[in-house]
Design a binder for this molecule. Structure first.
Ligand SMILES: NC(=O)c1ccc[n+]([C@@H]2O[C@H](COP(=O)([O-])OP(=O)(O)OC[C@H]3O[C@@H](n4cnc5c(N)ncnc54)[C@H](O)[C@@H]3O)[C@@H](O)[C@H]2O)c1
Length: 350
């Protein structure tokens, strides 16, 4: 085991704060460099976290630094694959922000580069580490919910006050708003259902945000390989509500609706009135604010452990997982455009 992992951060905007916060909590990590085309943004982050590290305006120069073992990709969505491929070819382990890739071609090239260069790559679906979804996963795996037959999730986010509003509605920087936001939900239901999505159909509407060049509102429905159904709703950026991320999982023996668990063994699970009708967990629903409900720091610690230890097993979203989530999102966009059910997979893994 290597003693210290030297990390480079590529892109020093909002999300880089969450990655840096995670790395700074790790004993065996040194942030060795940051890269951003905007030097002020990089210098601000260096100052804020007291980072005594190198700055590069060109991320390729950061990748050429042989001291660096791993990188975080925190640049706008359209550049994720380009940076992933270059980083893998430079032999760096990768913590990539979501969405992972933007096309079938990018997916194939990224997976190939990762495999051929023997690097580890995780993708930023950090909500897998939220305690509520860990509990859902634990109970599902234990069989307490019976056979899961339906899962649904919503991503509803007015991000008009965040820096990403300057690029996230433009296809050139963000090829799919549904993949960027709803992708969190797709990863979550795929993770909880424990199966691959086989069929997708969807509707998209941009009436709330005509300036969005891709998908402002999307409702996608899924059928998994073993018949389970899924539904994902994504609404952004113009919506009058606080950030909302709902997850509901329905099994033959029990149901998890956000922080409420209902089992068939509860005395009167049909009654809404009785307090014994369900078990209530803490309000751990995500609110897009760093902390226990948005555990970016836990995700980064998991990534560091995964890289530093030989253990292949991880709850992180792997590159292959992220490609499966990506193609389900692209299938939704295709379904809406072509008015048909789209079958998956779009990509065969080699
Ligand atoms: N996992 C999550 O929940 C989550 C939350 C927010 C953002 N994100 C993802 O993080 C990424 C960044 O989002 P953000 O909110 O930090 O955006 P941001 O606009 O705040 O920051 C992006 C930074 O990248 C820099 N940049 C742009 N092109 C670059 C290039 N070619 N080389 C180097 N730097 C470059 C910009 O100058 C900027 O500082 C996006 O992909 C987004 O989807 C994920």
């Amino acid at each position: 085991m290597k003693k210290v992992l030297k990390v480079g951060i590529i892109g020093t905007g909002w999300i880089s704060n969450q990655h840096i916060n995670g790395y700074l909590q790790c004993d065996h990590v040194e942030i060795a460099a940051v890269a951003d085309i905007n030097e002020n943004a990089a210098r601000e982050v260096m100052r804020k976290y007291n980072l005594d590290c190198k700055y590069y305006s060109d991320y390729k120069k950061l990748l050429a630094n042989s001291e660096i073992d791993a990188i975080s990709i925190c640049v706008p969505n359209a550049f994720h694959s380009e940076v992933t491929i270059a980083a893998a070819m430079a032999g760096k382990h990768i913590m990539a922000e979501k969405p992972f890739v933007s096309s079938i071609e990018e997916a194939k090239k990224s997976l190939k580069a990762i495999k051929e260069n023997g690097v580890k790559c995780a993708v930023g679906y950090h909500r897998r580490f939220n305690p509520l979804y860990r509990e859902m996963k634990r109970l599902i795996n234990k069989g307490d919910l019976g056979r899961v037959f339906f899962a649904q999730s919503d991503y509803i986010h007015n991000f008009s006050d965040l820096p990403i509003i300057s690029w996230a509605l433009k296809k050139e920087f963000n090829p799919s708003v549904f993949h960027a936001g709803g992708g969190h939900c797709v990863d979550m239901i795929r993770y909880l259902v424990n199966d691959e999505i086989a069929e997708v159909c969807a509707f998209v509407d941009n009436s709330t945000c005509p300036e969005c060049e891709t998908e402002a509102q999307t409702i996608a429905i899924f059928r998994f390989q073993n018949g389970q159904l899924g539904k994902v709703t994504s609404i952004c950026p113009n919506v009058i509500t606080p950030f909302t991320f709902n997850v509901e999982v329905y099994g033959t023996k029990g149901t998890f609706k956000n922080n409420k668990l209902i089992l068939d063994s509860f005395p009167d699970f049909r009654s809404k009135k009785q307090s014994e009708a369900y078990a209530v967990y803490p309000e751990w629903m995500p609110d897009n604010t760093p902390g226990i409900t948005e555990p970016w720091d836990i995700e980064i610690k998991e990534f560091v452990n995964w890289v530093l230890n030989d253990d292949e097993k991880t709850d992180l979203c792997t590159a292959q997982d992220a490609v499966r989530a990506a193609e389900a999102c692209w299938a939704a966009v295709i379904s809406n455009a072509e008015k048909r059910i789209v079958k998956l997979p779009l990509i065969d893994f080699v």
